[in-house]
Write a protein that binds this ligand. Sequence first.
Ligand code: ACO
Length: 428
Amino acid sequence: MAETARLNVDGKDLELPVLKGTIGPDVIDIGKLYAQSGAFTFDPGFTSTASCKSTITYIDGDEGVLLYRGYPIEQLAMEGDFLESCYLLLYGELPTAAQFEVFKRNITRHTMVHEQMTRFYQGFRRDAHPMSVMVAVVGAMSAFYHDSLDINDPRQREIAAHRMIAKMPTIAAMAYKYHVGQPFVYPRNDLSYAANFLHMCFAVPCEEYKVHPALARAMDRIFTLHADHEQNASTSTVRLAGSSGANPFACIAAGIACLWGPAHGGANEAALKMLEEIGSVDKIPAFIEKVKDKNSNVRLMGFGHRVYKNYDPRAKILQASAHEVFEALGVKDDPLLDVARALEKVALSDEYFIQRKLYPNVDFYSGIILRAMGFPTSMFTVLFALARTVGWISQWKEMIDDPAQKIGRPRQLYVGPAKREYVPVAKR
Ligand code: ACO
């Protein structure tokens, strides 16, 4: 694209700068449009609008590419581990061996939560959705960690980041334990990040629990695959909340609230429920017909993505991981995996899905794996929140570091009543 774009508003010629990224589409800078023309732009759902400059994550939805700081997700998930990706997302480069040791020690030594927080859980009903507990407990961290709330102090920002990455597994595992009525299990610093999390979820005081290495590896991969995804709804929520100067714990709690929705993080729960409802391969054709019927309001959950108009690269990795997990668990046949595979095959050869470029997304397989590991569906989005915390906090940190940062304040097209006179209730 040329250096500038031209726009004619009401007979007035405007020249708008065109910004170029390292890769990806050019961006027309409309920052001065209102001042120059008196007009706003209209883009509900931000389908054509870049909300910020970022150096963290890049997605090419048409090609099915996902890069963290330039590194392909496939390499990070298969050859590295989650904490390495955390370092990369937070600091911009892969750590040296010495840097990685220090970082791992910092995270591992911060896994315990303030003991008083353990009592905070007792206030919730046992049948509370664990995501409601997550929103509240993570928000409440700002009531416990006062020495990392000053967003203008880079060291406090870093401590807050480390605290959240370190404590999120503990908080999530406690939400699970409370939900199932078992005692909390304290973190174990001799285990890896993923193994420690599985241990806190599935160990009980009355017997020894050994984490299967294949399950820890699959968990680690799920975390890596979910660690960041550029300016999605929950990340944009974190940035918007943070743009007002709100403390990092409050911002992450806002991100968790947004992630809870079924069109976002709640989709793997919905995808699994859908697979259970379909139940067997012979019911797939009837279900597909329902999905294609515009009056049914039924969608093929785990399919389609706002950005990926090709196979989601994360779904490919998880499809392979599902096999590894089932093998480790000694499951020879899983009817849900059979339904998922058959459903994928049918959908990928159906004109409706081909035309609309609808492919499996990350949620299509993650639910099957998590269920096999023993997690109830209500925990799926919690695990997503745990993994995404590093992405949220990296994006938040990038925003605060940006000298051009200002409070986020979208405009609107007002279509309500024009000014009118108040009528007292007796005369209405
Ligand atoms: N099943 C059936 N049809 C679909 C689906 C689906 N899963 N997704 C999109 N479509 C159809 C729409 O009906 C629409 O058809 P039309 O043009 O005939 O009206 C067309 O495809 C475009 O759909 P939009 O809703 O405009 O696409 P958008 O980019 O806004 O939606 C979304 C993306 C919300 C993810 C959508 O595909 C969806 O609802 N999928 C199911 C939920 C899901 O799996 N979400 C997980 C997202 S990944 C994540 O958050 C990690």
